[in-house]
Write a protein that binds this ligand. Structure first.
Ligand SMILES: *Cc1c(COP(=O)(O)O)cnc(C)c1O
Length: 414
């Protein structure tokens, strides 16, 4: 029944473990490290995989499972693993798919933490990372070798808001039997359904829009069911494919990686995510509507040199229509005269908060070049779009007139 519901309904209802016939409307916080059984036989059967049961919360927990089922259902996936952070979801996915001497192809335009994970951790374990211009299909094609194990990119990158031709990349990957991993944090399952467009695995930092109010750190990965893991050239995934078939990736990622690196989220944090996601559809509509109005206002302001917003870009608007249900999302970036002007603008604001995250009910601003990208070389800052004169905005849910008034004050005051 739950699978047949529309998006808004799916984000409210999910399967819950039935415990002693108590029926709470929202899965409560099972804040336990471990769960007991009356007999040795019961616990033996759970360990052997003959029965399902909760044992230890690093491995599984009722609050976490309920959220995983909901998010998987929203993505039309075959399985989901909720993790302690977005970075943990990316790490779990990559450790499950890679071994030494493998290569990965990824976009030059990624979240700063992801690039640091690739460069400072993965590369130390014999993984070669090939960064490409993700809007250039030929460049991706030329980067593929027989050792390429996956292609990784973001639906909408920030701060420069690049949207790749997702279907073009998926088609290329299919021809070469390579899974496509997409970080959909900025688009959420409401704007983008990875399953529909052939993506293999979708990743979210649930810290952002899915929870919606900067209350917790969390992440998730979802197997869409599009990729046939029985054909994936990795000995562990092959081993799991013999027993679990289509579920080879998710069972391998869970049993060999997630459990062993210890990235289970705190049940209370997952409870807040489960609460937040109930209103995801409503919020993404409003974030997108507010962002469009703010981007339009900025376009006409005399002190603003350039505005980045997918719905205002002639090239990208076709992708917004095709992939994102015609919604541009909540991130807007813009260029001012120079760094001093950007700092002055941020310091002049009274309502919007100067913060490093995105996806909050509040409007957030940041100067990426001096913060998230501070350690990057000047050349890499330019590639990332973290220009010295650029301000990134995560547009919140306040009344748009209050946001525009605040920005007007910030831009006009000397
Ligand atoms: C925030 C973010 C991440 C990392 O998520 P955390 O929850 O901070 O670990 C990854 N990708 C994108 C696009 C993000 O915005």
């Amino acid at each position: 029944m739950l699978n047949d519901l529309k998006f808004e309904s799916k984000s409210i209802y999910s399967d819950q473990p039935d415990i002693n016939n108590i029926k709470p409307s929202l899965t409560p916080v099972y804040n336990n490290a471990a769960f007991y059984y009356d007999t040795a036989e019961e616990i033996e059967n759970i360990f052997a995989g003959r029965d399902f049961g909760f044992l230890y919360s690093r491995i599984s927990n009722p609050t976490i499972l309920s959220f995983e089922k909901k998010l998987s259902n929203l993505e039309n996936g075959i399985g989901c693993i909720a993790t302690s952070s977005g970075m943990a979801a990316i790490t779990t996915t990559l450790l499950a798919l890679l071994q030494k001497d493998n290569e990965i192809i990824c976009s030059k335009n990624l979240f700063g933490g992801t690039i640091e994970l690739f460069n400072n951790v993965l590369s130390k374990f014999g993984i070669t990372i090939k960064y490409v211009n993700i809007t250039d299909i030929d460049e991706i094609k030329n980067a593929i070798t027989e050792n390429t194990k996956l292609i990784f990119f973001e639906t909408i990158s920030n701060p420069n808001l690049i949207i790749p031709d997702i279907c073009g990349i998926v088609n290329l990957a299919k021809k070469n039997n390579i899974p496509v991993i997409v970080d959909s944090t900025v688009t959420t399952p409401y704007l983008f359904n990875g399953k529909k467009f052939g993506v293999s695995i979708v990743i979210h930092s649930t810290t952002k829009y899915i929870t919606g109010n900067s209350s917790i750190i969390g992440g998730a990965l979802i197997d869409t069911g599009n990729y046939d893991w029985t054909n994936y050239n990795n000995p562990d995934v092959k081993k799991f494919a013999q027993r679990f078939g289509h579920f080879a990736f998710i069972s391998h990622a869970k049993k060999y990686i997630y459990q062993n690196i210890g990235v289970s989220p705190a049940p209370f944090n997952v409870y807040l995510q489960n609460l937040g996601i109930e209103t995801l559809a409503l919020r993404m509509e409003k974030h997108s509507a507010n962002a469009l109005k703010l981007a339009e206002f900025l376009t006409f302001h005399k002190n603003v040199k350039k505005v980045y917003y997918p719905l205002l870009d002639k090239e990208q608007i076709k992708y917004v229509k095709k992939y994102f249900n015609n919604l541009g999302g909540g991130i807007v970036s813009f260029e001012l005269e120079n760094k001093e002007a950007a700092f002055k603008f941020i310091n002049n604001l009274k309502l919007a908060k100067n913060m490093t995250n995105i996806g909050d009910t509040r409007t957030l601003v940041l100067h990426p070049a001096s913060t998230i990208f501070a350690d990057f070389s000047s050349e890499n800052k330019i590639i990332a779009g973290a220009y010295d004169n650029l301000v990134r905005v995560s547009v919140g849910l306040e009344n748009i007139n209050d946001i525009i008034n605040d920005f007007e004050r910030g831009l006009n005051k000397n």
